[in-house]
Design a protein around this ligand. Structure first.
Ligand SMILES: [Fe+2]
Length: 265
């Protein structure tokens, strides 16, 4: 990144954090009065907290979030993830998150225009969180995988590999914790490797549903979807088998780009 370092207040920083922040302006308008900039020391903006070029998640012309195309064929992750699972997961589940996000934002706009039920702001705001996180999580997830032997699998390289070794001791120790983190998520959710931007450390965290338990501002580097819809056709109740197969699909090159962007200043 060649962006120059600069500092801003927390409100400006929040608007720059991650893709999910696209929903924040709508919520801020809907929930009057508008928040005042927080007092306190400024924090550094991390350049590049916008969608990578590989991701088309929002259409500027229509103002609508959109479903990005899969970067590979449905069957190209086999034998680790089957084609039917990929088809349903992308074309039905992910598409539903996109539709749900657009619907929720539309309803909030109607409420602001005094054409909707203002008692439902809380409900629609919650829907923005859930579907917005679902949309961004899955948009990243498709890119975080690649066909085995064709970009998928193998150990990480470069700065991300060094950071993993520093944070977790070794790749093997990282992967053991990653698998346990993902396998033990309660109900549906995600296992995430993230950069915590205030410390620039790598963390392994769980996300329940699409968005719960996420540390504010953390930037995703690698994630695994452990909702049953991600694996049940092939693995049924054996989530651990799916998690154990997942490293064969990890697109470390893409994850490395996310890491580089997250720590660049
Ligand atoms: Fe999913």
């Amino acid at each position: 990144m060649n962006d120059s370092p600069r500092t801003v207040d927390r409100r400006e920083a929040l608007s720059a954090i991650g893709l999910a922040a696209a929903a924040i302006p709508a919520l801020a308008v809907a929930q009057q009065p508008a928040p005042q900039p927080a007092k306190g020391p400024p924090i550094a903006v991390i350049p590049g907290n916008t969608a990578p070029a590989e991701l088309k998640v929002f259409d500027e012309a229509s103002g609508q979030f959109v479903l990005p195309a899969l970067p590979y064929a449905f069957d190209s992750l086999e034998p680790h993830i089957d084609a039917k699972t990929m088809e349903i997961h992308h074309d039905k589940h992910h598409a539903a998150y996109v539709a749900g996000l657009n619907k929720a934002l539309g309803e909030l706009a109607r409420i602001r225009a005094a054409a909707g039920d203002s008692s439902l702001v809380k409900y629609w705001a919650n829907q923005v969180s859930f579907h917005g996180a679902g949309h961004i999580n899955h948009s990243l997830f498709w890119q975080m995988m690649a066909p085995p032997g064709k970009g998928g699998g193998g150990p990480p390289r470069g700065a991300l590999a060094d950071a993993i070794n520093k944070a977790f001791g070794s790749y093997e120790q990282f992967m053991a914790q990653f698998k346990t983190t993902a396998t033990s998520v309660e109900g549906g959710g995600w296992g995430w490797l993230v950069v915590e931007p205030w410390s620039r450390q790598l963390l392994l965290i769980q996300g329940e549903k699409q968005q719960d338990l996420m540390v504010t501002g953390c930037l995703p580097v690698l994630g695994i979807d452990v909702w049953e819809h991600a694996y049940y056709l092939k693995y049924q109740n054996k989530r651990a088998d799916y998690v154990n197969a997942f490293p064969n699909l990890i697109n470390w090159e893409f994850c490395g780009k996310l890491y580089d962007r997250a720590v660049a200043r």
